[in-house]
Design a protein around this ligand. Structure first.
Ligand SMILES: [Zn+2]
Length: 239
């Protein structure tokens, strides 16, 4: 079982850990700050620096089959270290922070466009969501203006846990139809952007919406009779 430290603090950039087991796809640690691919957010990249001086590059991060273990995917041809070895795990922070800003911006986009979400993806300083927006006409400039208004509020972003039963009693919390929150573990993580958005999410977010920086709506694409794909991009300079 890998302890997921990124859940309680998304700003950790490196941590000491121990290699527990080797997986066919990579390395399993006792604890990690590497985010595993899920909920539309890609897995982290980075490096593991072992006590013996060796360095292993991590090209992706994934959940193991039971989601208890987190697998740090190594590049092909990597020499396998010995379980029990101590190391420092360090993520590619530039990449992760861009994803945190884009991911948080998508939460705000669901507040600007309060329609059911059918899909989405987080990139580096950009992202997209698919909405069942019906016959509503969507305007790029208007959406961007409202989105930047929410970013400018510099609202705090917090997470807390609720029980599966509480979530079942409040189905309105689930905006994303295609990605149901993982229930069955007894509890679900709720992410709140104060006064703006509240929904279950396991991803990594910035602490204040002002960190997102200026956003633009780059494209609105028709994906079906009532479905629209909205793409946003962020300026490279975070606040
Ligand atoms: Zn999220």
């Amino acid at each position: 079982m890998t302890e997921p430290l990124f859940r309680e603090d998304a700003y950790l950039t490196q941590v000491e850990a121990v290699l527990v087991t080797l997986d066919p796809r990579g390395l399993v640690l006792d604890r990690t700050i590497f985010y595993p691919q899920g909920g539309g957010q890609p897995g982290d990249r980075g490096e593991l620096l072992f006590d013996d001086g060796s360095r292993v590059e991590i090209v992706d991060t994934l959940y193991g089959p039971d989601r208890a273990n987190i697998v740090h995917v190594t590049a092909e041809g990597t020499r396998e270290p010995t379980p029990g070895a101590k190391l420092i795990a360090r993520i590619d922070w530039t990449l992760r922070y861009r994803r945190m800003r884009a991911h948080t911006a998508l939460h705000l986009l669901t507040a600007v466009l309060p329609f059911p979400v059918t899909g989405g993806s987080v990139g580096e300083s950009e992202g997209r969501l698919d909405f069942d927006s019906g016959e509503a006409s969507l305007d790029k400039a208007e959406i961007a203006e409202r989105l930047n208004g929410l970013i400018g509020r510099n609202a705090p972003v917090r997470s807390r846990w609720i029980s599966d039963d509480e979530l079942a009693a409040n189905p309105g919390l689930v905006k994303t139809m295609s990605v149901k929150p993982p229930t069955g573990a007894g509890r679900v993580r709720l992410v709140e952007v104060e006064g703006i958005d509240l929904q279950p999410c396991g991803g990594t977010h910035v602490a204040l919406t002002g960190e997102i920086g200026q956003a633009v709506v780059t494209q609105i694409e028709k994906k079906g009779r009532i479905n629209r794909r909205v793409r946003i991009a962020l300026s490279q300079n975070a606040a």
